[in-house]
Write a protein that binds this ligand. Structure first.
Ligand code: ATP
Length: 337
């Protein structure tokens, strides 16, 4: 049994905001200086506003990526209010690459990648923009999967970055009062990794071997938001309400899991949102999971930060059970890159 690993990352404040921040970080805890001690939140690591994404990556994600290559499913997601730095952490910029480009993988494997977004509770394929409104299915062989989602075989890091850029150009982004480039959808960047021991005979690869298949999900959630602060109206308001609803379901799922509902046979409402349904194996199942909780230490967002930290504290109590996924292939369909 493995606990979900929870990291908190604070984004830099403007000089004005930093004059009166009510938060203080000490070690792996963070608390409100002007409140009783119950407003102290503990996580596995707290990164202050001077940290670099590579430090956040090395805290646990690096290990999750390495385990994915060894056959364990892995999921890393960025959670937090709008404008708290989720996309910055997951995608990054040219000067500071994010978690997705940092998760570079060994080439001795068959790698496939997919990239989808959940926009207004509809699943769209970011690699094939005309594939919209995809459905979630479940089968014994594949578990929970999105039918019709393109899985592109990738052979090098540049190809991954090109596909990622292509996908991102089709992601729903919009301007709000809080963020000029606000993500209006949740995105799931997925790597499917197949590996098997090499047995070469006269230049051919032997078949009928056990193949390890694992899935690595890197998730950039849209941020929770308050319409009063974002100034959302019309389309933005509708988007915001879908975002909040699915994040609320995620919060309920994490709460139920942290209370041990699943192990006691209780109901966990995975099916109440596409997000939790797709992430079901990562939340209470077979995966190593890490949550990066992005926050801002500004006074004006203290309530939102408190609720993000509450989510993080609950997530700390959720355990998963990751095991190697091995399947038997009886054909010559396996390709070594
Ligand atoms: N650690 C950081 N260092 C420097 N700039 C940052 C950092 N984190 C965030 N920013 C900047 O803050 C702004 C908001 O960040 P970002 O778009 O990543 O937020 P978000 O949480 O993804 O928001 P939304 O939920 O609205 O999509 C961006 O301009 C980003 O470049």
């Amino acid at each position: 049994m493995e606990r979900i690993y929870v990291t908190v990352r604070a984004r830099p404040l403007s000089p004005e905001e930093s004059k009166c921040s009510p938060w203080k970080i000490s070690g792996s805890s963070i608390h409100l200086t002007n409140q009783p001690s119950k407003f102290e939140f503990v996580s596995d690591r707290v990164f202050g506003d001077d940290c670099r994404t590579i430090d956040v990556y090395e805290a646990r994600t690096k290990e999750i990526v390495a385990s994915a290559v060894r056959g364990f499913n892995g999921t890393v997601f960025a959670y937090g209010q709008t404008n708290s730095g989720k996309t910055y952490t997951m995608r990054g910029s040219n000067s500071e690459p994010g978690i997705i480009p940092l998760a570079d993988m060994d080439r001795e494997f068959l790698l496939r990648m997919s990239y989808m977004e959940i926009y207004n509770e509809e699943i769209n394929d970011l690699l094939v923009p005309e594939h919209r409104k995809l459905q979630i299915h479940e089968s014994l062989e594949r578990g929970i999967y999105v039918a019709g989602l393109r899985e592109e075989i990738v052979t090098c890091a540049e190809q991954v970055l090109d596909l990622m850029e292509f996908g991102e150009s089709h992601r729903h982004i919009g301007e709000t009062n809080m963020n000029l480039h606000s993500s209006r959808s949740h995105t799931i960047f997925r790597m499917i990794i197949e590996s098997k021991e090499r047995v070469e005979e006269e230049g051919t690869i032997d078949s009928c071997d056990a193949v390890r298949v694992s899935v690595l999900n890197l998730v950039d959630l849209a941020g929770s938001e308050r319409a009063a602060k974002t100034g959302a109206e019309g389309v933005r308001l509708k988007e915001g309400s879908h975002i909040n609803k699915s994040l609320m379901t995620l919060g309920t799922v994490i709460k139920k899991l942290s209370e041990g509902a699943e192990s006691q046979g209780g109901h966990v409402p995975y099916r109440d949102s596409k997000l939790t349904r797709i992430l079901q194996p990562a939340l209470g199942g077979n995966a190593n999971t890490s949550i990066i909780c992005n926050i801002t230490l500004a006074q004006v967002h203290a309530d939102e930060t408190k609720s993000s930290l509450q989510f993080a504290s609950r997530a700390l109590r959720v355990t998963n059970c990751a095991c190697v996924n091995e399947v038997l292939l009886s054909s010559n369909s396996f390709v070594v890159l």
